[in-house]
Design a binder for this molecule. Structure first.
Ligand code: DON
Length: 563
């Protein structure tokens, strides 16, 4: 879709429209992104959220407005980076382990991981970051009053909205989990004539008055409307009553962080993405590893292109598993992992003709993917860009809602290493660098990313859900656009592959040619047909002026809205 001004691309149309309305009212890309994210908390409950977390990368033209407006703690040097004729900043609102969390909290006495506790209990909940992150971003970089930005979300929760076929299907699929929680059942389900709960049908209105009240408190008091007062008390009471760890002190202690985005040049363009615990380092490593390969001449999705890309995926995932986690004072310095001497040494391990299997580790079960995370991209008429990815982790998080407050809780604690060597819900076999400890944030694959042309002008905002497939999805979207020269729509739509070292499997979507599949098998890859991967709704600032959006056809219920 094309716009002569700004544009919003998101997983759901009413939420995209909530963002576009901010652009029409004179707001910038940040106002629009925040309005869309809050609206998704109402209209797209599998992933839109108040009880989860995420990351946002923004670029705005002109000088930074942040300093002097109370956005940075005293004594902290600015995280903003100047890029072209503007500045960029990353916002980390990833969930955090509560104060009472311990490294072994998901282990049984025999040392095995209790998967139920790690994903479906109140122990699986990280201290939510979304409200802190969205309100901080909007206060520091938006232009409109918070109440204006929140108004569409409040109206959608109060008045209700017609349930889409996609939401009806998601609520039907998740019924066994959500109905186990009486609060979640009351929020989303109706009763049939026999007195049994049923998901709303497409077209029926879903009203969420409790969520509207929570949103109103946020409109009035900002983050404090969530982290203290009745909402915080309701959350802490649920935790205390049903075996969770989060206290009101955890909620009050939580701070979203403004951080310097990770920056790397790639084939003359500049990429800006989310540093750890976000997934941007893995994305940049992956692109750096394939940068010198003659991909233009080997061509999009040929075996000669996919082979080095998949080998690079495995190398990047090995570093992720062994080295990455929430960076702290004692952690491995990460910048060298992106520098050419290290990348060149890693690249030398790619055999141009043969797949290198990860030595001697057992095959892991295939990954299941749900509709659990959501990405939105915004361009405003001045070229301001926002890429925002947010999640509850699994679909509808842990499927437990906060009584009286109207929102679901995440199960992001499963993204930590519950036990080195044992896979999490995404089959990721992680290490001690990502261990659980109070106040730490679990390693994520989410990597909202911006691209700048070689002359420094803003170009693309992108990102994706997909768990461990996020970084590999984004690498392919970017290679398709930046190297293969496809337009944005084709770059997002083209069939994708994925590999993550363990299991030693090259997953591929439909659409690779039989020839390519055969050649990759000859090189030693084990191919497996996979369901669709990711949903990389992306936007682009056009050289001709205006903007365009590409909705990922894998999730056709996604939508763009224009200024
Ligand atoms: O942060 C992460 O990497 C995961 N919690 C994201 C989960 C996800 O993308 C699921 N979506 N399909």
């Amino acid at each position: 879709m094309l716009s002569s001004g700004g544009i919003v691309a998101a997983q759901e149309g009413l939420a995209a429209e909530a963002g576009a309305r901010q652009l029409r009212a004179g707001g910038n890309a940040v106002d629009a992104a925040v309005a869309t994210a809050f609206a998704l908390a109402v209209t797209h409950p599998p992933a839109g959220n108040l009880g989860g977390g995420g990351f946002l990368v923004l670029w705005l033209p002109g000088a930074s407005p942040a300093r002097g407006r109370g956005c940075l703690p005293a004594g902290v040097s600015s995280p903003e980076r100047s890029i072209g004729r503007g500045f960029a900043v990353a916002v980390n609102f990833r969930e955090e382990a509560p104060h009472a969390a311990t490294a072994g909290m998901f282990l049984r006495s025999d040392g095995s991981v209790d998967r139920q506790r790690a994903t479906s209990s109140l122990l699986s909940v990280g201290v939510p970051g979304s409200v802190a992150g969205l309100t901080l971003s909007q206060r520091c970089y938006g232009r409109l009053p918070l109440a204006t930005v929140l108004a569409p979300a409040i109206a959608l929760a109060d008045n209700g909205f017609p349930v889409s076929p996609a939401l009806s299907a998601a609520l039907t699929d998740a019924a066994p989990r959500l109905l186990a929680d009486p609060t979640a059942c009351g929020l989303f389900y109706r009763t049939d004539p026999q007195g049994r709960p049923r998901a709303p049908r497409p077209g029926e209105r879903l009203r969420q008055p409790l969520l509207a009240r929570t949103l109103r408190r946020i409109a009035l008091d900002g983050d404090r409307g969530f982290s203290s007062g009745p909402v915080a008390s309701a959350l802490a009471r649920l935790m205390a009553e049903r075996g969770g760890l989060i206290t009101t002190a955890d909620l009050q202690r939580y701070r979203a962080r403004l951080e310097a985005p990770l920056v790397r040049r790639f084939r003359g363009q500049t990429l800006l993405t989310m540093p750890p615990p976000g997934g941007g380092l893995t994305l940049l490593q992956l692109l750096a590893l394939v940068e010198p390969f003659p991909l233009e001449s080997t061509g999009l999705n040929s075996a000669r292109t996919l082979h080095p890309l998949v080998e690079a995926m495995n190398l990047a995932y090995r570093d992720r598993n062994d080295l990455l986690g929430d960076p702290g004072p004692a952690s491995t310095p990460l910048r060298p992992l992106l520098e050419e001497p290290y990348i060149a040494a890693l690249r030398a391990r790619i055999d141009p003709d043969r797949h290198r299997p990860p030595a001697a580790l057992p095959l892991r079960p295939p990954l299941a993917e749900g509709t659990n995370t959501t990405h939105l991209s915004v361009a405003d008429r001045k070229g301001g860009l926002v890429a925002l990815t947010t999640t509850l982790n699994l679909p509808f998080g842990n499927a437990i809602a906060v009584p009286e407050a109207g929102f679901l809780l995440n199960n992001e604690m499963d993204d930590f290493t519950a036990s080195p060597g044992q896979p999490n819900a995404f089959g990721l076999v992680q290490g001690p660098a990502n261990a659980i400890a109070p106040g730490r944030r679990p390693l994520s694959s989410m990597a909202p990313t911006l691209v700048f042309r070689s002359d420094g002008t803003p170009w693309i905002a992108t990102g994706s859900p997909g768990g461990s497939r996020i970084t590999t999805t984004l690498a392919q979207v970017l290679l398709n656009r930046l190297v293969h020269g496809r337009n944005l729509a084709t770059s997002v739509a083209a069939p994708r592959v994925h590999s993550q070292l363990w299991p030693d499997v090259l997953s591929h979507e439909e659409g690779l040619s039989p020839d390519t599949i055969r050649l990759l098998e000859t090189m030693g890859h084990s191919l497996r047909l996979s369901p669709a991967m990711g949903a990389a709704h992306s936007v682009e600032v056009r050289l001709e002026g205006g903007s365009s959006a590409a909705i990922d056809p894998r999730r056709p219920e996604g939508a763009a809205a224009v200024e």
